[in-house]
Write a protein that binds this ligand. Structure first.
Ligand code: ARG
Length: 564
């Protein structure tokens, strides 16, 4: 609709003999509350000062002089101009853009020449990769795809939590109870089991914690044996994460985790000191942020070792130098909001101009329906177990509904994983969600499977219809008109999803589009339609829906099998 609005604004500006700028008009155009009032309205009140006339008189004059291909009828209602758009014109327009153009409808080159770094997923190695990480992983990747869609150059970084005292614990546990072969076989499950065992045993015997600290110190000092174990633990964890990322269709451009910044922190600490920001508090080095209403940001512990914020500061500087980003986005749970606010402030106080380009995108917590999904690690739900359950249930549904489907396993994976992602991205990101598996997997509700099923329906129609024919569009029913309007909304939704860092805008759009398409599908004959021109238009509308729906689903990391 953005383009159409621009055309209308230009025509209105011309009708006013250039007395009003098109851009001012475009910003003032409204969507009327009900269809009797047209598709777009222009309030003339603000013009009365410039033109020194009453609004209704302005509306009359504009209506008389106005001419625009997209508009079929103009009504004057008091100080309003109500515009009725030509459905044929709109259909022709959207069909050209979404079926016959060489770029996907809604994509653009708005971000051309600009770089966005996205830091997301970033699990802590050797700790369980659990459902709490679903948010950062899918919101982050969706934001990456959205930015790419409008032309930004994007770098996805998995800022692995690959350094810290948990490695001292794991090394200790491995030395005491570990079995190399068992780890090679059971991979991360065995690592997590060792980690859990360590905690249970340390409850009874505190000296284990001293041992763990000593092992981590050895690792920091470069002890070869410990370094080799550390590398091995990371390798094993990454192998596991890759399986989950593969199911989600996610790849990263960099896996530089926290350890990568080990030698890059001290220069930054020195800069903080040189700027006169560093204070000693009870032996630790901090930056006082009281003036900004925040607790102090911890830079060095009493023993001189670095902390989470220190690594983030070093990482931001490294990324600026390496990628020269225009924006660096961090996706984490809202629990880390203070951490980001603090070190963003420190960067600003250090004089780093680009501190204003650092963006934290927080999201709410997830709870889940179930003891059913509990794992041997106790109360956390592992992402891979959640996916496995969803895939298994999807396979069950497919076996029942469509037993002869080819590639059943692949489709079940796309549907199962897609259901979870879709459900997760349905609400605003900051809201806490309670995850109910049955709801997510239902084919009838407003779910991922329902959207995928609608997509598969468009594919099946197109397979039977053959190539769409470029023709003038002929719209004859309200359902077609509503579908056209919904299709036209896609670019605006993409824009607003990016502006608000909110993939759920796309998810909700997908549901609106599916609803409009399915009403059209149930009301209108497509392949059996007798009027050739109407039939050609309908086939093109199906094709436009297929393309837009497919792109929208892929922007929210949901797979698009052609048959279900
Ligand atoms: N590893 C952290 C966690 O699991 C998230 C890291 C987020 N990124 C960052 N640059 N701090 O909580």
């Amino acid at each position: 609709m953005l383009e159409i609005k621009k055309q209308i604004a230009a025509a209105l500006s011309a009708a006013s003999n250039g007395a009003v700028e098109a851009c001012d008009i475009a910003a003032a155009l409204e969507y009327p509350p009900n269809p009797e009032m047209g598709d777009i309205a222009f309030p003339c009140f603000k013009l009365s000062r410039v033109l020194r006339k009453a609004p209704p008189a302005i509306a009359q004059e504009l209506a008389a002089a106005f001419s625009c291909e997209a508009v079929e009828k103009v009504d004057v209602a008091g100080g309003y101009l109500n515009l009725f758009l030509s459905k044929d014109y709109l259909a022709k327009y959207v069909i050209e853009k979404a079926v016959f153009a060489d770029k996907p409808y809604g994509s653009s080159n708005e971000g051309e020449g600009k770089t966005v770094v996205l830091d997301y997923s970033s699990p802590n190695v050797a700790k369980p990769f659990h459902i709490g990480h679903l948010g950062t992983t899918v919101i982050g990747h969706s934001l990456k795809k959205l930015h790419e869609f409008v032309g930004y150059h994007c770098i996805g970084i998995n800022h692995l939590g690959d350094w810290g005292t948990q490695f001292g614990k794991l090394i200790t546990a491995f030395r005491l109870w570990g079995d190399r072969e068992k780890i090679e076989r059971d991979e991360i499950d065995e690592l997590v089991a060792l980690y859990v065992k360590f905690h249970a045993e340390a409850e009874k015997d505190d000296s284990l914690n001293d041992k763990a600290r000593a092992e981590f110190k050895k690792l920091e000092d470069g002890d070869e044996e410990n370094l080799a174990l550390w590398k091995w633990f990371i390798e094993i964890s990454l192998r596991e994460y890759q399986k989950t990322y593969k199911q989600l269709g996610i790849t990263f451009d960099s896996y530089n985790g926290e350890a990568f910044y080990t030698d890059k922190m001290m220069p930054e600490v020195e800069k903080i000191r040189a700027a006169g920001l560093l204070k000693i508090d009870d032996g630790a080095s901090i930056v006082d942020l009281e003036e900004y209403g925040m607790p102090p940001c911890l830079i060095l512990k009493r023993d001189g070792s670095t902390l989470y914020p220190t690594r983030d500061i070093a990482a931001a500087v490294y990324r600026k130098n390496t990628y020269n980003f225009d924006k660096c986005i961090y996706v984490t749970s809202a629990g880390q909001s203070l951490h980001f606010a603090q070190w963003f402030k420190v960067m600003e106080l250090m004089g780093y101009d680009f501190a204003k380009d650092l963006v934290h995108v927080p999201y709410g917590t997830v709870s889940i329906d179930g003891a059913k999904l509990a794992t041997r690690t106790g109360n956390v739900v592992l992402l891979k177990d959640l996916f496995a359950t969803a895939i298994e249930k999807s396979l069950g549904i497919i076996e029942e509904k469509n037993p002869n489907l080819e590639n059943k396993e692949d489709v079940a994976q796309a549907v199962g994983v897609g259901a979870i992602v879709f459900h997760y991205l349905s609400g605003g990101r900051i809201k806490d969600i309670n995850f109910i598996m049955e709801d997510a997997l239902s084919f009838d509700g407003n779910t991922g499977p329902y959207a995928q099923y609608t997509y598969a329906r468009t594919c099946s129609i197109m397979n039977r219809a053959g190539a769409p024919k470029a023709a003038s569009a002929k719209i004859t029913t309200a359902e077609e008109g509503e579908l056209v309007k919904e299709l036209l909304r896609f670019p605006e939704k993409v824009k607003s999803a990016i502006a608000d860092y909110e993939p759920s805008t796309v998810t909700r759009y997908v549901l609106d589009l599916c609803a409009a398409f399915n009403r059209f599908y149930h009301e209108c004959q497509i392949l059996n339609c007798e009027d050739e021109e109407v039939k050609a238009t309908r086939i093109c509308l199906v094709n436009a829906t297929k393309n837009i729906l497919g792109n929208a689903l892929s922007l929210i990391c949901v797979g698009t099998p052609e048959k279900i």
